[in-house]
Design a protein around this ligand. Structure first.
Ligand SMILES: C[C@H]1O[C@@H](n2cnc3c(N)ncnc32)[C@H](O)[C@@H]1O
Length: 279
């Protein structure tokens, strides 16, 4: 049951939140959300203010998982909304990413700061990061316990980058390690709400990989037909789609494994940091 007081929503089934840390997990699509959800102990869907949130807990940490939708605008909206509902100790931008360094499909990329690249291609503002003790615990777990995990800056852009040449150019200009479409907006909203911020994504496509379709055509409702048209016009590309499907399945499995490990380790070894009083 959930008690609502003014614009705040207080989970009535968590009796003593003063000893508990609350962690927001943001993922863009249903596939990414399911991968994270599979790791969440006792996950239950709640409807809060008309939006669906998956809530689960392990040890003294409560996890709120939200599907943002793809891109900056939707990510800003969903995270701005969530931060208005509750106070959080950590926000995690999660899901899939394009590697901007040599990597393996399913490899874990961990980001402590994010750059954004505006449409005109000019270098964006300074990298944005929001530090905090729960972020440090997260980074220590990811980098100390996950073999092959890489830590570095992310780049957020406003489109799906499908050409290997473009990926290499982004890598060269920014020095970023991974690329996605939501982290910059999530970091900005986290900073505004003073919630420590971290990125943890698994690689769904590689630096030197050309995607078989212009997926941007699928991103708007009006674009669905155009996208379908691309497939019809070039059916041999479906083989590439099969490959992508396999890659995202692997990336999803690795994401589940990562969060299982993280949530278990945090429940067993780490009491929450209580530098910030929870509402
Ligand atoms: C497709 C979803 O996964 C991330 N993502 C994974 N690969 C790419 C790429 N090549 N270009 C842009 N975003 C990508 C984005 O964050 C988006 O939400």
């Amino acid at each position: 049951m959930t008690a609502v007081t003014s614009s705040r929503v207080v989970p009535a089934d968590v009796s003593d939140m003063s000893s508990c840390a609350r962690i927001a997990l943001f993922a863009a699509t249903v596939w990414e959300v399911s991968a994270v959800r599979a790791a969440l102990p006792d996950a239950a869907t709640r409807t809060v203010g008309g939006r669906r949130v998956v809530v689960g807990s392990a040890g003294e940490r409560e996890y709120w998982l939200v599907r943002t939708g793809v891109g900056h605008e939707q990510a800003a909206q969903a995270s701005g909304w969530l931060f208005h509902q509750q106070r959080f100790h950590l926000a995690v931008s999660t899901g899939f990413a394009c590697a901007l360094v040599p990597a393996e499909i399913g490899g874990l990329l961990v980001g402590h700061e994010v750059l954004s690249m505006p449409a005109n291609g000019d270098a964006g503002p300074e990298p944005l990061g929001v530090p905090g003790p729960e972020r440090d615990s997260f980074l220590a777990f990811a980098c100390g316990r996950i073999a092959g995990a890489r830590i570095g800056p992310f780049l957020s852009v406003d489109r799906i980058v499908g050409r290997a040449a473009d990926k290499r150019e982004y890598a060269r200009v920014t020095g970023a390690m991974g690329l996605d479409m939501e982290s910059a907006a999530l970091a900005r909203e986290s900073q505004r709400a003073q919630v420590p911020f971290v990125i943890a994504r698994t690689v769904s496509d590689l630096l030197d990989e050309d995607l078989p379709l212009d997926f941007n055509l699928f991103l708007t409702a009006a674009g669905w037909l155009a996208g379908a048209g691309t497939v019809l016009a070039a059916p041999w590309r479906l083989r590439g789609l099969g490959r992508l499907r396999r890659q995202s399945r692997l990336a999803a499995d690795r994401l589940t494994e990562f969060f299982r490990g993280y949530m278990t380790a945090m429940a067993v070894h780490h009491r929450p940091h209580r530098t910030t009083e929870l509402a």
